[in-house]
Design a protein around this ligand. Structure first.
Ligand code: PLP
Length: 336
């Protein structure tokens, strides 16, 4: 039996989620009359402390809509080199939004140093793009942003007239890890994107949250980007089910990641980063990396990376699956 540690995107809808989807009341969301979509948007806005929310097809679309709503053609956004919004979204903000990214290196804890943000803000001068937005990510690389950091960036942003967007694809994991309400992680941002299709286990969908005017403008960009979905209530019902039932259980994923990290760290050959939420990063010595990857693949242990592995725990990984994977790992090193 295979266990899929490649990503928390691989989760399949549970039987209860499928039942909620089958029973969903639907309308035409482009006309604004899909009751299940409207309910989900209201639930998300309330949960995250915003006026309004917009159901979108993916986190990529959500971040792009957000950047295009905050920034006009010729504007610029400050973002981390490793941020999904910059690195893993096919350059959409630049290509489709004509918005220039200003990527910055991350500090060791995943933050963007305040002095670097400040130094990157362009003067109001015709040589430069207009710096409009700072985009952060939480969790980033499986780690939560430190308490107090968002507020420090907020003070800088207010002083320099910038907006703030959070790519909170895994905001839920950050909230569960830090034992705070999701709205605490979202506080201070002008807009927040959250994924339903990662650890929360919904098949499709993200939500962009913000003020009422912001979301009204975002709705037009979503339409332009091809994201006006019709009887989307079938998908929204999965999202509502996920928000109601799958947030607090993320603690299980964090426990399983810690169990996995502890098991891997027993092996002297492996350099295992401490697991804070649901991701374990492992450095494998180059001379064994390919053979180790092949061994795990043959044993049905699916993950990404070879010399730098990423293991992700989620709804469809149980503690017993972790133990089975660790037994496969042990067999590899015992045979050497
Ligand atoms: C997965 C992810 C997204 C969006 O991904 P989609 O596959 O487009 O839904 C955005 N940001 C982060 C940090 C992610 O991990």
């Amino acid at each position: 039996m295979a266990t899929d540690f490649r990503s928390d995107t691989v989760t399949r809808p549970t039987a209860a989620m499928r039942a909620a989807m089958a029973a969903a009341r639907v309308g035409d969301d482009v006309f604004g009359d899909d009751p299940s979509v409207n309910a989900l948007e209201a639930e998300a806005a309330a949960l995250l402390g915003f006026d309004a929310a917009l159901f979108v097809s993916s986190g990529t679309q959500s971040n792009l809509v957000a950047v295009m709503t905050h920034c006009a053609r010729g504007d610029e956004y400050i973002v981390g080199q490793q941020a999904h919004t910059y690195r893993y979204e096919a350059g959409g903000a630049a290509v489709l939004g004509s918005v220039q990214p200003q990527p910055l290196d991350h500090a060791g804890d995943g933050t963007l140093p305040l002095a670097d943000i400040e130094a990157a803000i362009k003067p109001d001068d015709l040589h430069f793009a207009r710096t409009r937005l700072v985009a952060l990510e939480n969790t980033i690389g499986g780690r939560t942003l430190p308490a107090g950091y968002t507020q420090a960036v907020r003070e800088l942003a207010d002083r320099r007239g910038l907006a703030m967007h959070l790519d909170g694809a895994r905001l839920w994991n950050a909230a569960v890890k830090q034992r705070v309400a999701p709205r605490e992680i979202a506080a201070g941002f002008d807009s927040v994107s959250v994924c339903l299709s990662k650890g929360l286990g919904a098949p499709v969908g993200s939500l962009l949250c913000g003020g009422r005017d912001f979301i009204r403008a975002a709705r037009r960009w979503r339409k332009m980007l091809g994201g006006g979905m019709r009887q989307a209530g079938i998908l929204a019902a999965a999202g509502s089910h996920a928000l109601a039932h799958h947030i607090s259980r993320l603690a299980d994923d964090h426990d399983n990641a810690a169990r996995l990290a502890a098991g891997l760290a027993r092996l002297a050959e492996l350099d295992v980063a401490p697991a804070e939420t649901n991701m374990v990063f492992v450095a494998v010595p180059p001379h064994i990396a390919a053979a180790f990857a092949a061994h795990l693949a043959a044993a049905g242990v699916m993950l990404t990376g070879t010399a730098r592995q990423r293991w992700v725990t989620h709804l469809d990984v149980a503690a017993a699956d972790v133990d089975r994977a660790l037994a496969s790992v042990d067999r590899f090193f015992a045979a050497r």
